[in-house]
Write a protein that binds this ligand. Sequence first.
Ligand SMILES: [Zn+2]
Length: 300
Amino acid sequence: MEEQEAIVDLLEEVLGNYGLHYSNKGQISFNCPICDEERNKYNLEVNYFECVYKCWSCGDSEGTHGKLGKLFDKFGNKKLKKLYNILKPEESQKIIKNKKQKVKIPEHFTLFRNSNPIYPVRKQAFNYLKSRGINEDIIEKFGIGFCDKGSHIGRIIIPSYNKKGELNYYVGRSWDPRSRAKYRNPEAEKEKIIFWENLIDWNKDIYLVEGAFDGMFLDNPVVMLGKHMSELLFETIYNKAKGNVIICLDGDAWESALKLYHELNGGELWGRVKIVKLPKNKDVCDLKGQIENFYVKILD
Ligand SMILES: [Zn+2]
């Protein structure tokens, strides 16, 4: 939900700190720049899914309501409006509408193997992967591609398939460091899918990681798509994992990792949950999967 966060950042730049935020509805409140006068009433409500705003206090009398673009015109500046227009389109408005639709691979998705190695865009994409230690074997194994046009232009695409072999998710990582949104992933709820499900062997040890880029370096990775584990994934691991479960979250997520350890280490899984503590600013991808030296023992 990178776009969502970016829109909230933009709104904060125009309106100051927000009051309440319901990210599942795209609803967020601010102090009204016209009528609040430092009373902290948070009367101005924005819905960034529907791209509208309204002040419940002075909306009707002062015309403080309408399309979100108008809010940026009135209270923001040209630069912020421009950023908003970049962030706004498809994504924010379609979040709700697309929820039940099947995930589709982004248009102009091209596998590396289907593109000429001297094509400059392919080269850029390939060099980015190379810089992160991802070689052709990994690219091949995970069916990684890139987009040279369209909504996901300038992004590496890492597809994910369910056990029936149907696309259930993808990660779209920008290779341009200037890109505002590092990731552009589908709006399908990641809580409802298991990433790379078709590749997971539940009879072997599994490695729990935060991101797809971490998972690429380990044998039999289970990607959580964040620091938080979905209920679906928790239950699936609980019911299916026959080997060890090794928690390999980013170095900066030790608290989350420990919490997860205690949640998992019980019942059927008791004694089979292991944990690694990576250096503070490192993740599995930075370490190219060399995590052997970082196992720690937790005294229950
Ligand atoms: Zn107002």
